[in-house]
Design a protein around this ligand. Structure first.
Ligand SMILES: [Ca+2]
Ligand SMILES: [Ca+2]
Ligand SMILES: [Ca+2]
Length: 233
C-alpha cells in the first residue's frame, strides 16, 4: 500500500537540518534521502492471506575511504502496528558488491519508533565496525491479522522518491532470516520490477573514521612518552 503526502512549508526546515547534520566533526553522514521523504510503504492488502508480515528495509552504503565505526542510525517512519516496535540492524557485506543479500549482521537492537513526519527517529548504536560496503536496515512486524477485528495495514517504511533507488532494498517474510537475507520470501531493490514508485529509504547512519594504524602507533608512542615523563617527574 502506498500513500503520499506533501508539506512544502517544512521543506526548508528539513533541508537546513540535513545540511547542519552533514558536517559533524569529520564524521560521515550516510544518506540518500533529501530530508523530505514523503512516501510510506507497507504490505499490500493481498498479503493478508499470508498472515502477519515481517519487514526489513534499508540502505546500502560505502565507507568514506577507510573503515568506520557506526555510532548512530536515524530513520523516518510511517504508521506502525500496535506497540511501535522496530529493530535496528547493521550488516557488513563481505564482498562489498552493493548487494546486501549475503551481508552479515554485526549489530542489532530492539527499540520503539514513531511516525514523526519528515523528522527522524535517532538511535545511538554501540560503535560498530564496518568495512567498505555495509547495509543499515530497520525491521518491523506488520500485523495484518487481528482476531475479532479489522485487519491493520500499517505502512511503516518511509522513503524519498528523489533518492537513488539502486542502493535501497526491502524484504518481506513471515520471519526475516537476518543471518541469510537472500533466503527471505520476498527481496526487492527499490528500482525493481515490483516497485511502483522508486526511491531511497529514509534510513541514515553516522560513521566515525577508524584511526589509521600509523595514527594508533603515534598515539601509543605519545601515551608512552607521557607515562615516562610522569614516572621521571
Ligand atoms: Ca525528497
Ligand atoms: Ca563490507
Ligand atoms: Ca554482497
Amino acid at each position: 500500500m502506498l500513500t503520499t503526502g506533501y508539506r512544502g512549508s517544512i521543506v526548508l526546515g528539513a533541508l537546513l537540518v540535513l545540511m547542519s547534520s552533514s558536517s559533524v566533526h569529520g564524521d560521515t553522514l550516510h544518506a540518500y534521502d533529501d530530508g523530505v521523504a514523503n512516501i510510506t510503504l507497507g504490505p499490500p492488502r493481498s498479503f493478508a492471506e499470508f498472515g502477519d508480515i515481517d519487514m526489513l528495509w534499508g540502505n546500502y552504503f560505502f565507507t568514506d575511504g577507510q573503515d568506520e565505526f557506526i555510532t548512530s542510525v536515524s530513520f523516518g517512519l510511517g504508521d506502525l502496528s500496535e506497540g511501535n516496535n522496530v529493530s535496528i540492524w547493521i550488516f557488513d557485506d563481505p564482498d562489498d558488491d552493493a548487494d546486501p543479500t549475503n551481508a552479515v549482521p554485526v549489530f542489532s537492537a530492539q527499540t520503539t519508533g514513531m511516525n514523526l513526519g519528515f523528522d527522524f527517529n535517532v538511535f545511538e548504536t554501540t560503535p560498530t565496525l564496518v568495512q567498505g560496503g555495509f547495509f543499515v536496515a530497520i525491521g518491523h512486524l506488520a500485523v495484518l491479522t487481528m482476531p475479532g477485528g479489522e485487519p491493520d495495514y500499517p505502512s511503516p517504511a518511509r522513503f524519498d522518491p528523489d533518492g537513488r533507488p539502486d542502493r535501497s532494498w526491502f524484504f518481506y517474510d513471515d520471519d526475516i532470516p537476518e543471518n541469510d537475507l537472500a533466503s527471505s520470501g520476498f527481496v526487492q531493490r527499490m528500482d525493481g520490477p515490483f516497485v511502483p514508485i522508486q526511491g531511497a529509504f529514509a534510513v541514515r547512519a553516522v560513521g566515525v573514521p577508524v584511526p589509521e594504524p600509523t595514527t594508533w602507533i603515534g598515539m601509543c608512542l605519545g601515551l608512552g612518552l607521557i607515562g615516562v615523563r610522569r614516572r621521571s617527574a
